[in-house]
Design a protein around this ligand. Structure first.
Ligand SMILES: [Zn+2]
Length: 396
């Protein structure tokens, strides 16, 4: 987005005029109405939330030439996230020319030109109302959408590279859980509360539906065969009713969770230090450079550093979120109260789709012992997903 170089810009024609000394005036423009229509269309569609690819496909289908003459590509519309280039960020369309955005220096050794983006507060903007083709509201909306969409994109792109194998596994487990959760809620299927989560305590096999309202362990001769729904649901509800504050606290004070917390705290510290180091190294290079230079290597160096800084920031934010997620919640008694209300609802109607979906979120596994040697009576034990009970209750 170099409005300060006076080159060609889509939507405008260059006017060939001479100044008072008879020298050609660089960068004098007037609106090209035909192209301006296309620019307006692109901004409006993007502001409406259309995908870049769809916008480009549409232009290409209509045979409209791109600024460079070929096909339209999303990259020419959004440009580079790091360098803030691209048509949709072009302030001249909004009637403002931006100077002093880049800093040009010469590399002290090879004399090549080098450009660095200045901090936004140093930019100089000059209004040129006669060149406006996008109104303020649309332009602002597009800038906001660009920031949101590009940071999401960057996050998706960067995260896998930053994660350890363990974190990748955790993420994939969490994603599939979230997906199943959504499925359960949106489909409103009359799922049994224990469906797919019930295991035989003796054989460690899944207990599944066999015929009308009956469930069985697949092992022949097992005591957990031909069990009626009513019998199982009673044992299951008795088991889930036993969740109390002590169990939640115990979970968060467990060695494992403590270690997870310590890991994230250490990572935050390490990455913050790394971020400082990156900034220091950039400053050192800037100080060492002379003036007015262009060098693709140096340019690449800065882009690379900017990207690394962005990555570290995302990484730190990730660890902060994880740390918050593994910290014991306040208001435990409210969580338990809500949980007990849910149990009461299910005792009244065990197939209530919403209550079932809600309760299933926090159940990892149910183990059924109908012929327990220890107690001599049938019982069920629950493995709660206590991480989920916290996040479920955090929702408004
Ligand atoms: Zn069995």
């Amino acid at each position: 987005m170099t409005t300060d170089t006076g080159g060609q810009l889509y939507g405008y024609d260059l006017v060939h005029a001479l100044d008072e000394f008879g020298e050609p005036i660089r960068g004098k423009r007037k609106i090209n109405e035909e192209q301006a229509e296309i620019v307006r269309e692109i901004f409006e569609y993007y502001a409406e939330g259309r995908k870049l690819k769809h916008i480009c496909d549409d232009l290409n289908r209509r045979g409209i030439d791109s600024p460079k003459g070929g096909k339209w590509a999303p990259s020419s519309l959004v440009g580079s996230f790091v360098r803030q280039t691209g048509m949709l960020r072009q302030t001249l369309y909004n009637g403002v020319v931006t100077f002093n955005k880049m800093q040009y220096r010469k590399h002290p050794e090879n004399g090549k030109r080098l450009s660095i983006m200045r901090p936004e507060k140093e930019w100089i903007t000059v209004p040129i109302p006669e060149l406006t083709m996008i109104d303020d509201a649309t332009f602002a909306k597009v800038q906001k959408a660009l920031d949101e969409r590009s940071s999401k994109h960057l996050q998706r792109k960067m995260m896998p590279a930053l994660m350890t194998e363990e974190e990748k596994r955790e993420t994939s487990i969490r994603r599939s859980k979230e997906w199943r959760r959504k499925q359960a809620v949106t489909k409103k299927r009359a799922n049994a509360l224990f469906g797919g989560k019930l295991y035989c305590g003796e054989h460690n096999q899944k207990i599944t539906a066999t015929y009308a309202k009956h469930y069985s362990c697949p092992v022949k001769g097992c005591a957990n065969r031909n069990l009626h729904y009513d019998e199982i649901i009673k044992l299951v509800l008795d088991a889930v009713a036993e969740l109390d504050e002590a169990k939640i606290i115990e979970h968060f004070e467990s060695e494992e969770i403590q270690q997870v917390r310590a890991h994230h705290a250490r990572e935050i510290e390490r990455l913050t230090q790394h971020l400082e180091d990156l900034r220091a190294s950039i400053n050192k290079v800037i100080d060492a450079l002379g003036s007015d230079a262009r060098s693709t290597e140096i340019r690449a160096f800065f882009d690379d550093k900017a990207e690394q800084i962005q990555r570290r920031k995302l990484d730190i934010a990730h660890h902060k979120r994880e740390l918050a997620g593994s910290t014991p919640p306040r208001k435990l008694e409210n969580i338990i109260q809500r949980h007990q209300n849910l149990v009461a609802n299910l005792r009244a109607w065990s197939r209530d789709p919403e209550a079932v979906a809600c309760m299933r979120q926090i159940i990892d596994r149910l183990t059924l012992d109908t012929a327990s040697q220890k107690t001599g009576k049938a019982m069920c034990t629950v493995d709660f997903d206590l991480q989920s009970i916290i996040s479920t209750n955090k929702r408004p």
